[in-house]
Design a protein around this ligand. Structure first.
Ligand code: G
Ligand code: G
Ligand code: MN
Ligand code: NA
Length: 252
């Protein structure tokens, strides 16, 4: 009948899957982490991207239990990869999850059950999520930070550009949105924006990751400007767990 009904059933019938996209160091290309990206295996429509269902899950509130499933399943996978040294596992958090009083408990339990060191987990929060409900969001983020997980700002540069919140929130790194990465090194506006983001990050002591790196020219430019890490099709698309393991084996 509707996508929102489909989503409830999909969660009940375990039809969501996690994909994993490598993040690599700019200097030597070594794996530094993995972003967890959600997919829906629809019985008739095949694999559906989060861009097509996350907005519905946010409108209906399903993102709260769905996001909890993502956290638990990602931690389960990280435990299975314990011997592989995959680095930091980055998990996307929605604004509604940040307002959920149970979020902290859900995270604590997932870490505990899987015996995961908090420093191996990073939560990605978009700029717009940070701008909303700043008091409760700030409290939630401070608790998470004290627990020892890492925090990053996703899609950096695309939100409402009030930079004052960067001082308030205990974030560790900025993920430069692929919209700006796309144009470097040829588009002078994108070059200016990327340079400005790198300068802000450096001044505030935050590390930087460029998203959507697709070409060697982009990587070379960003490396020269001392961006710390890269993620994008140049290295790998998001992959199911078994294909990610194969990707890792061919590189080591
Ligand atoms: O994988 P893809 O490029 O299609 O992801 C599209 C968008 O969906 C991205 O903005 C990404 O941050 C978001 N997304 C992917 N997985 C999750 C998830 O587990 N939770 C939330 N809240 N967003 C996700
Ligand atoms: O918004 P967020 O950064 O969480 O989501 C990343 C999204 O970007 C995912 O949907 C992923 O599939 C997509 N993506 C990852 N690498 C590339 C890339 O190199 N090029 C493009 N066009 N999209 C990418
Ligand atoms: Mn992300
Ligand atoms: Na992003």
């Amino acid at each position: 009948l509707s996508l929102s009904t489909d989503l409830v059933q999909a969660l009940e019938h375990d039809r969501f899957e996690l994909y994993f996209q490598p993040q690599v160091a700019a200097d030597d290309g070594e794996l530094t982490g993995v972003e967890v990206l959600l997919r829906l295996r629809h019985p008739t429509q095949g694999l559906i991207s989060p861009g097509d269902f996350i907005p519905v899950a946010e409108e209906t509130g399903l993102i709260v239990p769905l996001g909890a499933w993502v956290i638990r399943d990602a931690c389960r996978q990280l435990r299975l990869w314990q011997a592989l040294d995959v680095g930091t596992l980055s998990i996307n958090l929605s604004p509604l999850q940040l307002q959920d009083p149970q979020l902290f408990e859900i995270i604590m339990q997932a870490l505990d059950v899987n015996q995961i060191v908090p420093a191996l987990i990073e939560f990605e929060i978009t700029e717009n999520a940070l701008m909303r409900n700043s008091i409760s969001t700030l409290n939630q983020l401070n608790r998470l930070k004290q627990l020892g997980v890492r925090l990053s700002i996703d899609d950096f540069g695309t939100g409402y550009s009030n930079l004052s919140y960067l001082k308030q929130f205990p974030v560790d790194r900025l993920k430069i949105d692929q919209a700006f990465v796309r144009g470097v090194p040829t588009d002078s506006n994108d070059v200016a924006i990327v340079d400005a983001i790198l300068a802000v990050a450096r001044a505030l002591g935050l590390s930087t990751l460029a998203e959507g790196v697709e070409t060697q020219a982009q990587a070379d430019f960003l490396r020269a400007r001392r961006c710390d890490e890269f993620q994008g099709y140049l290295y790998s698309r998001p992959l199911p767990a078994n294909e990610f393991e194969a990707w890792l084996h061919t590189r080591r």
